[in-house]
Design a protein around this ligand. Structure first.
Ligand code: PEP
Length: 262
């Protein structure tokens, strides 16, 4: 039986937009999608604001019953205690976050997060009922030395060590060289790695989990190129950085089906 995967468009705001700007943005995004009669069966939408915005986004989403999901950009591998500056998955769950980004390349490179840290964070997310949006991807050097799939596949295996992926998982393939560079991977490259990641998911978690897990592409996604990625059979959406801060651009990306006639 073929499993259908609802496309997923996720906006990673990084360290942009304060809580007042977040309220305005989410409200306008909801209006824009409602105006365009967006069918959320065509694409689920989530935003990942800074931690300080999440309470405001929760209040707006719940008061207006908006069909927009949200989550944290990171979480602590610990549940509570003397971990200054860290945020527990328990707190994100209390704010009705559905998702949490884990292992973004900026966390791995700027904050020295290892595969073991990423693995512990995936487990922490599951302990609190959050769905990890697990980022994997190779640097330009990795690409030259090992090809496109080797590093993302190794990162996926490490992140899922001792994890029941059936508890909920989204994988985001984000080649580091494509993030914020304006130079996206080709759809064929994204498909090749997404297929390799899905095969590994099958090996680790079984065919059913592999078939139902959404695998996103991330790295310089724009309204102009989103349709080409979504035409690939193993690419189920996008993790969008820079373009997620531009309301019209992000709204167009979400509406990739109608907007670009995919
Ligand atoms: C990201 O940071 O996850 C990302 C994909 O950024 P951008 O879309 O700006 O390349």
């Amino acid at each position: 039986m073929a499993v259908s995967r609802t496309p997923f468009i996720a906006g990673n705001w990084k360290m942009n937009l304060d809580h007042l700007q977040a309220i305005a943005f989410v409200q306008k995004l909801a209006w824009s999608l409602a105006d365009a009669k967006h069918d959320f069966a065509d694409a689920e939408v989530a935003v990942f604001p800074p931690f300080t915005d999440i309470r405001s986004v929760q209040t707006l989403v719940s008061a207006d019953d908006l069909p927009i999901a949200y989550g944290g950009q990171d979480l602590s591998q610990h549940d509570s205690g003397a971990y200054t500056g860290e945020v527990s998955g328990a707190f994100l769950a209390k704010l009705d976050c559905r998702y949490v980004i884990i292992g973004h390349s900026e966390r791995r490179t700027l904050h020295g997060e290892s595969d073991a840290d990423v693995n512990a964070k995936v487990k922490a997310a599951h302990r609190h009922g959050l769905i990890p949006v697990l980022c994997v991807g190779e640097t330009a050097d990795d690409l030259e030395q090992h090809g496109a799939s080797a590093v993302p596949v190794a990162q996926l295996r490490a992140a899922l060590d001792g994890v029941d992926a059936g508890k909920g998982l989204v994988v985001a393939y984000e080649p580091v060289w494509a993030i914020g560079s304006g130079k996206a991977a080709t759809p064929e490259q994204a498909q090749q790695v997404a297929a390799a990641l899905r095969a590994v998911l099958g090996e680790i978690a079984g065919d059913e989990v592999a078939a139902s897990t959404r695998i996103l592409y991330g790295g310089s996604v724009k309204a102009a190129n989103i349709a080409s990625f979504l035409r690939e059979p193993d690419v189920d959406g996008a993790l969008v950085g820079g373009a997620s801060l531009d309301l019209d651009e992000f709204s167009s990306i979400v509406r990739f089906k109608k907007h670009v006639g995919a």
